[in-house]
Ligand binder design. Structure first.
Ligand code: SF4
Ligand code: SF4
Ligand code: SF4
Length: 284
């Protein structure tokens, strides 16, 4: 089997980013994080190439699971930092631009200008657990209006740090940085899982949390609206079988884009490529 450039590309990007980060910021951990993320995505891409039919779908699920310990455990434990949105707002408010800020800048603000919401599809530690939940059967439709709940959770994530700093005079340097950060990181994530897992079972929809409650996805939707990488139609014509709509974890009407020969501009797209894998005529 040939290892193509397409398979190696994520690993190469990971190595390049590690080099850039070490030159500009300088921390040994970057040599672990970015090459590991790249290696994991390359592994997922390789599995997609090797496996046949719908089994290809497992490639991304393995990649996202491989990345989970790197972002959820390695950085917080080694560097005692909180990558949750509230924690990042807290440090930015006092002008401290640590690894949490770098993570947000790369994965959730500037990176999505290139790869859209690829973080959600391939690297999110919450998504990694949700994607492996043993849920089968028909999804319950999530009302469009209910998706606005995400704005409330975004407001809460912004309000709590603002309140702590400006009303409670919380001393971020003294009481939070590298001390209580780790507790906030795990408490915040425990809350995400505690909400996300029941929601997935209630709606029979693994990504219900992403659609209803996650504030981070909302932030990424802004740069993702102009992202360079998009799912696009190929020359082959769509036969309107509907398989892409059925598999899409984010409920996007993929078929209408592809049959009209348009790229998927919906900012809910997490670039999982599941639609591409299941298309019987290679139209995506
Ligand atoms: S929407 Fe939120 S929880 Fe879902 S994958 Fe994206 S960042 Fe993770
Ligand atoms: S449109 Fe395709 S790539 Fe985007 S989320 Fe849906 S299935 Fe995944
Ligand atoms: S899976 Fe392919 S052929 Fe079927 S509706 Fe989607 S784009 Fe068209």
């Amino acid at each position: 089997m040939k290892i193509t450039l397409r398979i190696l590309f994520p690993l190469m990007v990971g190595l390049i980013v590690a080099i850039i980060m070490n030159i500009t910021v300088g921390w040994w951990g970057f040599w672990v994080i970015f090459p590991w993320i790249g290696f994991s995505i390359s592994t997922g891409t390789l599995l997609r190439k090797i496996l046949k039919g719908h089994k290809k779908l497992i490639g991304r699920k393995i990649a996202i699971l491989m990345i989970l310990p790197c972002l959820l455990l390695f950085v917080p434990i080694v560097n005692h930092e909180n990558f949750q949105l509230g924690g990042v707002v807290l440090i930015v408010l006092v002008g401290f631009f640590g690894k949490g800020f770098i993570h947000y800048a790369i994965a959730k603000i500037f990176g999505p200008l290139i790869w859209g919401r690829g973080f959600c599809g391939w690297a999110c530690w919450t998504g990694a657990i949700l994607d492996w939940l043993p849920i089968t059967g028909k999804k319950k439709a999530i009302p469009e209006k209910a998706k606005n709940l995400r704005y409330i959770s975004l407001a809460i994530s912004l309000f709590i740090p603002l309140y702590l700093v400006f009303v409670m005079n919380y001393d971020v340097y003294q009481d939070y940085l590298y001390k209580k950060e780790i507790i906030w990181m795990f408490a915040g994530n425990a809350l995400y899982y505690a909400i996300g897992i029941p929601l997935a079972f209630i709606y029979k929809d693994k990504r219900a949390f992403c659609k209803l409650a996650c504030p981070v996805g909302l932030i990424m939707k802004v740069p993702a609206s102009v992202s360079i990488i998009k799912i696009k139609p190929k020359q082959n014509d769509c036969i309107e079988c509907g398989a892409c709509n059925k598999i899409c974890p984010m409920d996007i009407d993929v078929m209408s884009y592809i049959k009209n020969k348009k790229p998927i501009t919906n900012t809910e797209c997490i670039l999982c490529s599941s639609c591409r894998i299941v298309c019987p005529v290679n139209a995506i």
